[in-house]
Design a protein around this ligand. Structure first.
Ligand code: GLN
Length: 479
């Protein structure tokens, strides 16, 4: 059961060969077995899982299934608010936070009958690339538990790769869905900014964040993305765009696949070869490779982190121990209360970003840093937009190398930031982008191929990914 895709589980339910309770039991048993080892979930509320499964079974029994996916469980990253179910954002400051309302993406899943297995581990406030900044301890890579699963949606990727969940939602601000998907050998999609509502997603960087699916197949990712997409009156940045990508066909005949040279600099030989081999195979299927140059790529990380830290410092002002978040019991005066609550509640990386972000926005540094970063962002976006006149999709590695060892980059924040160079530009330009497995490297670790497309062109992107999936995949981890 745990090996089945969303579509396969749906078919079993429709044929009445199983029910939601049985499916939920299989995944909960798998979580009980593997979560102590992988730490992919922060919260699993078994009672709630089985109550939702029972409701679904009752609906199906009376012929009132909400959708073909009614009764199928998924996992949610722990920055997606779920009414009545603890949502921590991987932070000590929200260790006891139970939201009084639900995120729109979660409501949409519930309206289609999906049930919730639990909340997945993540870097604190989605700041990180390894899930090591989590207050709840790091998640582990199912292919090698001495390695990171990537981040910040590392819990979602590890849960899906290890079959503790058939699929999950993550969030991607600078690569946090694609990079963990690449490290864990699963599919991860960051939609066009505005495709999915951010209402109820705890903000990391509001102008860059998007929720998206993590799954074991491109079809499942497309279906899950379709389920959460669409305009939402509670998020004025969502777009009124129809969904035309729910069932990718994988036809790449005539597709112009741009291959930018800058995205192959500093990339490991294994990854480079795997991606170029896949491009060659796509050409055999009728695609045409188009060489591209995107010289502004090298500024992506600097621009991204200036904007990310500035917005994050502003967003996190609400966690002050008064309105939201942990309140220090050790303070006597108001000023001390703020300082101690934040000092005791936030982890090191979050504090670093709040301090730097506040500095970038200060009157003496705003023009020199923040404004300059906004200009850089506009230039990067323009360069990519122009590239889409020559190419339908852009193909690159999703990460320069495979999963690194736990602890390897924790003492080196700049090293951690620089590793995001291949993913951040899509976020800065608000473009849709995904990672699809492209094989294992010499040490048996998964590698990911990234496909980027023009705004709201998820259909072409998913079609291309489906073709890649048909050429190369990765075997499941041995656990
Ligand atoms: N790793 C990047 C960062 O630390 C991206 C995070 C994300 O996408 N949420 O900011």
């Amino acid at each position: 059961m745990i090996k089945k895709s969303l579509h396969e589980l749906s078919a079993l339910l429709e044929k009445k060969e199983t029910n939601s309770r049985e499916i939920a039991s299989s995944f909960v048993a798998r979580i009980d077995e593997l979560n102590p080892k992988l730490n992919a979930f922060i919260t699993v509320d078994r009672e709630r899982v089985f109550a939702e499964a029972a409701e679904s079974d009752a609906r199906r029994a009376s012929g009132k299934a909400l959708s073909k996916f009614d009764g199928i469980p998924v996992a949610l990253k722990d920055n997606i608010c779920t009414e009545g179910l603890r949502t921590t954002c991987g932070s000590g400051i929200l260790r006891d936070f139970t939201p009084p309302y639900s995120a729109s993406s979660y409501i949409r899943l519930r309206e289609k009958g999906f049930i919730t297995l639990g909340k997945t581990n993540m870097d604190e406030f989605a700041m990180g690339s390894s899930t090591e900044t989590s207050f709840f301890g790091p998640a582990k890579n199912p292919y090698d538990i001495s390695r990171v699963p990537g981040g910040s949606s590392g819990g979602s990727a590890a849960a899906v790769a290890s079959m503790m969940a058939p699929a999950a939602l993550g969030s991607d601000t600078g690569g946090s869905i694609r990079q963990p998907a690449a490290f864990c050998g699963v599919v991860g999609v960051r939609p066009t900014y505005g495709r999915v509502s951010r209402y109820g997603l705890m903000a990391c960087v509001s102008s860059l964040d998007q929720i998206g699916p993590v799954s074991r197949s491109v079809d499942d990712a497309a279906a899950l993305l379709a389920a959460i997409s669409g305009h939402d009156y509670r998020d004025s940045t969502t777009a009124c765009r129809g969904v035309d990508f729910a069932s990718p066909v994988g036809d790449v005949r005539g597709l112009k696949a741009g291959v930018p040279e800058e995205y192959f600099v500093g990339v490991s030989t294994n990854v480079k070869e795997a991606v170029m081999r896949a491009v060659g195979e796509l050409e055999k299927l009728g695609a045409k490779a188009v060489p591209l140059s995107l010289p502004l790529t090298e500024y992506g990380v600097a621009v991204y982190h200036l904007i990310a830290m500035a917005e994050a410092s502003s967003n996190l002002g609400r966690c002050d121990g008064v309105r939201f978040g942990y309140r220090s019991p050790n303070a006597e005066k108001p000023g001390e209360l703020y300082a101690r609550s934040r000092g005791e509640g936030f982890g090191k990386e979050v504090k670093r970003r709040i301090i730097l972000g506040t500095f970038f926005l200060g009157s003496g540094s705003y023009d020199a840093f923040y404004l300059k970063a906004l200009k850089g962002r506009a230039l990067i976006a323009r360069e990519l937009k122009e590239a889409f006149r020559k190419a339908d999709v852009i193909i690159t590695p999703a990460a320069a190398a495979t999963a690194f060892a736990l602890g390897e980059k924790m003492g080196n924040p700049l090293g951690m930031y620089v590793s995001e160079i291949l993913t951040v530009s899509a976020n800065l330009a608000a473009l849709p982008c995904l990672s699809v497995p492209v094989g294992l490297d010499d040490s048996g670790l998964p590698m990911g191929l990234q496909v980027m497309a023009d705004h709201f062109n998820e259909r072409k992107m998913l079609d291309c990914a489906k073709a890649v999936e048909s050429i190369c995949g990765v075997p499941a981890p041995r656990l």
